[in-house]
Design a protein around this ligand. Structure first.
Ligand code: FE2
Ligand code: FE2
Length: 186
């Protein structure tokens, strides 16, 4: 648990993957998407029965239990409502957001079962059952499809449409959600 809380604190501070500094809430969301891609790749390795470090399993658990719920809240409580407010009808954003919110419901409902499977791997040398592997694969598949839509459609439109005031409000809420006071990424 100690390792998990350390990683949780680091992720909450918005530690970048190291290639560039973060600037504001939309960069932070993009960085969370990169974290999610890494987690999907780790889940693929579990399904392929690759040997895993305990730290990698802890990383997946921390993402599922701490990072993902905050990320979904960032999008549902701040990003999506601001986009609905700022986007023009020709952006046709409502249907996309409906679809993304439905994905979030499934991800939140499935995450505890996925975490339980991964905790089971830590406690036993046996690989997950075939049905557990199917659940893991399905979770990673849906997460990747969701990420493609958000990275290709949502974030570019958000960068174009949200105002500086919107971004400041969003950043303040994201900091409050994580119990932080300094700007994201610092
Ligand atoms: Fe997202
Ligand atoms: Fe999302």
């Amino acid at each position: 648990m100690k390792k998990q809380s350390e990683r949780q604190r680091n992720a909450a501070r918005g530690e970048s993957s190291g290639t560039r500094p973060l600037h504001g809430p939309l960069d932070f969301i993009a960085e969370d998407h990169m974290r999610e891609r890494e987690v999907c790749a780790l889940i693929d390795r579990i399904v392929a029965s690759a040997s895993m470090e305990q730290a990698d399993l802890d990383h997946v658990l921390t993402f599922l239990e701490a990072v993902l719920p905050q990320h979904l809240a960032d999008e549902e409580i701040d990003l999506f409502p601001l986009m609905l407010k700022r986007c023009a009808p020709e952006d046709e954003i409502e249907k996309v957001i409906d679809r993304l919110q439905s994905d979030h419901g499934h991800a939140l409902a499935d995450a505890p079962a996925i975490a339980a499977i991964i905790q089971g791997i830590g406690a036993s040398p046996s690989k997950p059952s075939q049905s557990d592997c199917a659940l893991l694969s399905d979770f990673a598949h849906h997460a990747r499809r969701h990420l493609i839509l958000e990275n290709a459609v949502i974030l570019p439109i958000a960068r174009a449409r949200l105002t500086k005031k919107d971004l400041r409000l969003m950043e303040r809420h994201m900091l409050e959600r994580r119990g932080l006071s300094s700007p994201l990424g610092e």
